[in-house]
Ligand binder design. Structure first.
Ligand SMILES: [Zn+2]
Length: 173
């Protein structure tokens, strides 16, 4: 369960949907998910200024970027990084903790959620690349690039072996 707080007061929501404040956590509105709590920020931006989402079970704090995106706490980021053994899950490259970007497996725009299970450790390049194409096309697109690059490399190798052979013939002549 999550609450919205600034450390002193909590956000309440009346039955009619009106947003208010209380210092009593028992009167606070409890949310099932970060995403549901996040909607309150959009509904009442001035009332929620300086507030953040707090996970009541873990006490983790979820702040928001100015664009409304959720800033994941270090504990969650570390968990995801360690689970991935410090590697980008898309290209397999080793990355440092600071270089990690959190990728939504199912994008938020496609109904994906801000949950640990929907997040994966990726390098910035892969994250950007993935963000620019539809998730269902991702694998196919990567395969296409791989096949094309491999055949280009092969062509390149064949061309050079021909040139080398021609050169060695020239030298012999
Ligand atoms: Zn990568």
């Amino acid at each position: 369960m999550y609450v919205i707080t600034n450390g002193n007061t909590y956000i309440t929501k009346s039955r009619s949907g009106k947003v208010g404040k209380t210092s009593n956590i028992l009167e606070a509105e409890w949310f099932d998910s970060i995403d549901i709590a996040n909607i309150i920020f959009q509904h009442a931006p001035s009332k929620t200024k300086g507030y953040y989402i707090k996970d009541l079970e873990t006490c983790y704090v979820y702040k928001r970027y100015t664009n409304g995106k959720i800033k994941f706490p270090r504990e969650v980021r570390e968990l995801i990084y360690n689970n991935a053994e410090g590697k980008c899950v898309l290209c397999g490259r080793k990355i440092t903790y600071d270089d990690m970007t959190l990728d939504h497996i199912k994008p938020l725009a496609n109904g994906g959620k801000n949950t640990v299970t929907n997040l994966q450790c990726t390098c910035e390049a892969c994250n950007k690349f993935k963000g620019s194409i539809l998730p269902e096309d991702f694998r196919e697109r990567v395969t296409e690039i791989f096949m094309y690059q491999t055949s280009e490399n092969t062509k390149h190798k064949i061309m050079w072996s021909i040139i080398r052979r021609l050169l060695s013939l020239c030298i012999k002549l």
